[in-house]
Design a protein around this ligand. Sequence first.
Ligand SMILES: Cc1cc2nc3c(=O)[nH]c(=O)nc-3n(C[C@H](O)[C@H](O)[C@H](O)COP(=O)(O)O)c2cc1C
Length: 270
Amino acid sequence: MYLRASEYVYRHNFNRQTDEDTINPLFNEIVSSLELEDVIDTTGFAGITVDVPMGYWRKSNMIHHWFVNNLADGVDECQPITVRREDLETLKEAIQLSTSSYGLQPYKIFIIENAELRAKLQPAAWGQSQIVDASHVIVFANIVNFGDQEIDSYINNLAETRGIEIESVKGYADFMKMKINALSVEKRDVWTSKQTYLALANLMNAAAELKIDVTPMEGFEPEAVNEIMGLKELGLNASLIATIGYRHNEDLTQHYAKVRKPKSELFINL
Ligand SMILES: Cc1cc2nc3c(=O)[nH]c(=O)nc-3n(C[C@H](O)[C@H](O)[C@H](O)COP(=O)(O)O)c2cc1C
């Protein structure tokens, strides 16, 4: 099964506002770089489809069925199937809007489609198959040794977003710096890592709305993932992984009864 990114590049850029009909420079660039002048009609309504291979799977029935059932209404005729990119954007927005301590969002999030990287990550994730089988792998990486620089960056964003003077929130910035700098580096790293779980929870809730399944994963060796992704050099640490994908109709686990503590054991009323 092949995954391809495809884009149709028109020769004309028609601007509805000005009624202007201009030539798309990208079209000309492609024509000249591929030396297509003599081969194709470069006038009129010409266009070029740029089609780039992005992935290839063999003997991967789960993935094949996932595409067929979720993106092709069950029609399996080796026809091209398009992935809903807007669903991914919705999930990114849910992560972006996550709450965090002081609002500092002390993490970066990697969304991985690259098959080569995923194959490298799989052994570091206890060999779990969803690393290579899922639609996307998301790595939540907490910022290590979080400090003044990140707090200043948050304050700048706050002042700009709300249209206020930085000076007016200096007290808040100093308070955060005082509290966070008082923590040992280890405690700070634990604290930033904890924040990634909130982002994960938001991702899971948004995904459930879209009928997308998420497997949260702590089953990996952070040091190995850091090494493979070069996270240490970026001042980051792999805190959590989540794999996402549309639910397969035949996935039996979806029908399993949830195993949860009874409320009487879980809650304590005082
Ligand atoms: C933080 C966290 C880490 C998890 N790590 C893994 C993992 O590495 N691999 C896996 O298959 N499931 C993992 N899970 C999924 C749990 O095993 C699963 O949510 C739990 O068994 C309950 O299943 P349910 O939510 O489907 O009822 C993890 C869940 C959480 C919340």
